[in-house]
Design a protein around this ligand. Structure first.
Ligand SMILES: [Zn+2]
Length: 103
């Protein structure tokens, strides 16, 4: 049996387009309420995938973006969806998206 982390990893390797955590939850048949669990796994995958794949694979994050003013959250040090924009304080934020690709 694959663990949840392995299933997330395989999904992100096989996908053609970067996926949001909502899309990951949907694809794996998880409860959308389990978002934080998925973000935790992504955090761990980001740290370990390179070593595990002997430098071949990386987890890429398309950063979250403010839908109101277009601000891009470039400096996030861990995968998450920010709650509001530091520029215009809008809460309409596009969630980050993830994909695993060759380095
Ligand atoms: Zn904004």
């Amino acid at each position: 049996m694959e663990t949840l982390r392995e299933r997330i990893k395989r999904l992100l390797i096989e996908t053609e387009f970067p996926l949001s955590v909502d899309e990951i939850a949907f694809s794996l048949g998880l409860d959308p309420k389990d978002k934080n669990i998925i973000y935790e796994h992504l955090k761990h995958i980001a740290k370990t995938i390179r070593r595990e794949s002997r430098g071949e694979l990386m987890l890429y994050m398309i950063p979250p973006k403010c839908r109101n003013c277009g601000y891009i959250f470039k400096s996030l040090n861990k995968p998450k969806k920010p709650s509001k924009c530091p520029k215009c304080y809008s809460q309409r934020i596009d969630a980050p998206k993830f994909i695993i690709e060759r380095v």
